[in-house]
Design a protein around this ligand. Sequence first.
Ligand code: SAH
Ligand code: F3S
Length: 435
Amino acid sequence: MSKKLFIETLGCAMNVRDTEHMIAELRTKEEYELTESLEEADLIIINTCSVREKPVAKLFSEIGVFNKKKKEGAKIGVAGCTASHLGEEIIKRAPSVDFVLGARNVSKITEVVGKKHAVEVSTDYDESTYAFGEYRTNPFKAMVNISIGCDKACTFCIVPATRGEEISIPSDLLVQEITKAVESGAKEVMLLGQNVNNYGRRFGAVEEKIDFTGLLQKISGIDGLERIRFTSPHPLHMDDAFLEEFASNPKICKQIHVPLQSGSTELLKAMKRGYTKEWFLNRCEKIRTLCPEAAISTDIIVGFPGESDEDFEDTMDVLEKVRFDQLFSFKYSPRPHTEAATYDNQVPDEVASARLTRLQKRHTEILDEIMDAQLGKVHKVYFEELKPGNCVAGRSDDGKLVFVEGSEELLGKIADVKIVKTSRGALDGVVLSGS
Ligand code: SAH
Ligand code: F3S
């Protein structure tokens, strides 16, 4: 009889891919069926995120709850970035945890699963030639890691400490992996990396000369692959050649994440982001010029140490100028192993909260205008999920969530959809006949 696996995934897209990889790896050794019920699981894995403090604090209370609810003999594993940065301490604080598996070590899941109190958290482990497992959360879309780790040293960010040195996966392996996914029904690929457009910086065992633009061109040659997305690029590496490829390659979806973090050049310097406010605005202008239909999303941190009112006004100014289609905004959270956590000019919490509220409120107004303007537009939508009530959900080329009336036959199809109703979070449309 197959075992039952309950797996909770927190954090970023790379964690979602790591979860898929762990499922695939486990299934090479034993039959595992996924379950949503904690009580019936034989194996419970929490794939954690440590980018901000809150989810880390939540982890230990969650382990307590899981331990109470789980059936006799069921195992609990903690994987991901919090596993990397706390390591053995997790077992010390919560002895009910059976194994700890760092974000860089997910390939070792089958080795640790049978051992009591195994801890694998080395960030030196080189999986650059490792083909990631064949399991997809969504059968219509493939997620593919093109690089792992991060070589930047943004002073607020714990990721370089948890995921280790940046290594690119050889392009032939990537083409193989994507081709297989396409053969099994995926028309879309999401290329993943903490610093995705820095691809090619360092390979592990294999030497080759290719950059991200070259990789995009190579991958576009795969027959049957219709859509390419990628996350997260770094503004610093958005050179003209890359933006021109983004704009002109018909397979590349016209959605781009340009993580700002702060609009203040001085703060960007303190964050060690490597670009200025002017460079950021220039890159966004270039995107708008080359590709006016592109949706631009961003990440913003408020309350970074030393952030003055003027610094924050610079951030608001960039928001007004770029008018992002999507905003992920966070209050700065001091993290271990980061430089900024040692700065003595931390911003009071109430000041950071007030700034976050103002930023989000203004963005909401902008978003309402952007979404209202979609009325009557025609989008190419890739349908990927059935929803209750004879409804099918998909994504437009520029990443917007679109609902239409319909049934299973639409799944896995790309069709022209006319938008008939708009709201802040999604669009309603009708499939145009003949699509
Ligand atoms: N390279 C990745 C970054 C991963 S962290 C990417 O671009 O997606 C994702 C986001 O979390 C960052 O862009 C940043 O906005 C936010 N973040 C990272 N560290 C943070 C911290 N200490 N406090 C608040 N937000 C943080
Ligand atoms: Fe973090 Fe900066 Fe890398 S945000 S993941 S250190 S690019």
